[in-house]
Design a protein around this ligand. Structure first.
Ligand code: PMP
Length: 391
């Protein structure tokens, strides 16, 4: 037998299957609420204005394609740090950052770092979470433990259940948190709940790993980071994984960053050196284009203003669609309180299939919808198709 004959068949990725079905659906007026990419009111995912301009500047100014560094573009990292961490933490030498290939690269590095620091580490992930979180953590050898997070039927956060599950956590365990705009539920903790989580982490010696992939798409750049920053001021150590895929619209360019918050500067530096070594053996150097673009934007007050204005427009559109959906479908009132690109609708798998087959409405089988797939034009039809499936 041949080597590759020994491999198992892999079930086709649910998202890719959905995409294929969508593309081969000949009906007019299909509604794509599947893949997690921002769409404007015309259903397009345009290159942001500031990105376009920065790309022109980069194309003109770049004189070489020689490697940058294993930590990526240090200037990009230091310009992004105050946006993510706030100015005070960005200037604190207990925080050490590096560029990564997307938020995914940051998460994988964070997981590898944890596994090296503590081979017995376990990571707690709230149910449900972004599907890739589980595979990413397991790939690095971490044991994934799930704790209750969200009840789909009642659209509520199961905070008490979560906190009692976490009482059984061991010192050295890791707690994965979404800083804002939770994927897939859109649900977020209150500031008091964040405080209680931070206190629990400090008391039990849990390491928070905060994933911030949608900063600016909930309530605002500062607002979306505020609870995470407050937590960072309470715990002695933490990991922060950021993505520029959504808020800069740079998806395919693969841009993200990882910050390590150590109990002292030396520890943070050592942890970053470990991450750089791991990165060297996975991708050697992160791709530069996205980092050059974001650096160019953040070095220019005009481009920064343009980026922020466009991000504000995107956020306003998401929130307007949330409000409109909640108004059109009273059972989904909670959608207006939630934030970001996603909602996890209280739909059965059968109902999701029926929406696809009968109405040409595409969403993930668990009921996750991309809010950014809605437009003022398609929303009434979506609401009408949805109503009979909701009790
Ligand atoms: N975290 C979460 C919660 C996400 O939803 C995503 C993207 N879907 C990421 C991280 C990483 O995104 P990327 O690797 O494209 O930057």
């Amino acid at each position: 037998t041949r080597l590759f004959d020994a491999l198992d068949d892999q079930p086709l990725d649910a998202m890719l299957t959905l995409l294929r079905q969508l593309r081969s659906d000949p009906r007019d007026g299909k509604i794509d609420l599947g893949i997690g990419v921002y769409g404007d009111e015309k259903g397009r995912t345009p290159v942001m204005q500031a990105v376009r301009q920065a790309e022109r500047i980069v194309a003109e100014a770049q004189t070489t394609k020689a490697y940058v560094a294993a930590e990526g573009d240090a200037r990009f990292v230091s310009l992004l740090a105050p946006i993510v961490l706030g100015a005070a933490r960005a200037a604190d030498d207990r925080y050490c950052g590096m560029q990564t290939p997307g938020g995914t690269g940051a998460l994988r590095l964070a997981a590898e770092l944890i596994a090296r620091a503590n081979p017995d580490a376990r990571i707690w992930v709230g149910t449900p979470s972004w599907v890739n979180h589980y595979g990413l953590m397991r790939s690095a050898g971490l044991t994934v433990l799930e704790h209750p997070f969200f009840d789909q039927a009642t659209q509520t956060i199961l905070f008490d259940e979560m906190m009692s599950a976490l009482e059984t956590a061991r010192t050295g365990d890791v707690l994965l948190l979404h800083a804002c705009c939770h994927n897939p539920t859109g649900a977020g903790f209150t500031t008091d709940q964040w405080r209680a989580i931070a206190d629990l982490c400090a008391r039990k010696g849990l390491l928070p790993l905060v994933d911030i992939a949608y900063q600016g798409l909930g309530h605002g750049l500062e607002e979306d980071a505020a609870n995470m920053r407050a937590l960072l001021d309470i715990v002695p150590e933490a990991l922060i994984t950021a993505s520029c895929s959504k808020n800069f619209g740079l998806y395919r360019e693969r841009l993200g960053a990882l910050w390590i918050r150590g109990s002292h500067a030396q520890a943070a530096l050592r942890a970053r050196a470990t991450c750089m070594k791991v990165g060297r053996s996975m991708w050697s150097m992160p791709p530069d284009h996205g980092a050059s673009v974001v650096r160019t934007i953040l070095e220019s007050p005009e481009l920064t203003a343009s980026w922020q204005a466009e991000l504000t427009t995107m956020r306003a559109r998401l929130n307007a669609m949330r409000a409109e959906l909640a108004r059109a479908v009273p059972q989904l009132a909670s959608v207006a309180q939630q934030t970001g690109m996603f909602a996890l609708l209280p739909l059965s798998r059968e109902a999701v299939t029926e929406l696809r087959v009968r109405d040409g409405i595409y969403m993930i089988e668990n009921g996750r919808m991309n809010i950014a797939g809605l437009t003022s034009e398609n929303l009434p039809r979506f609401a009408a198709a949805l109503a009979p499936s909701l009790s």
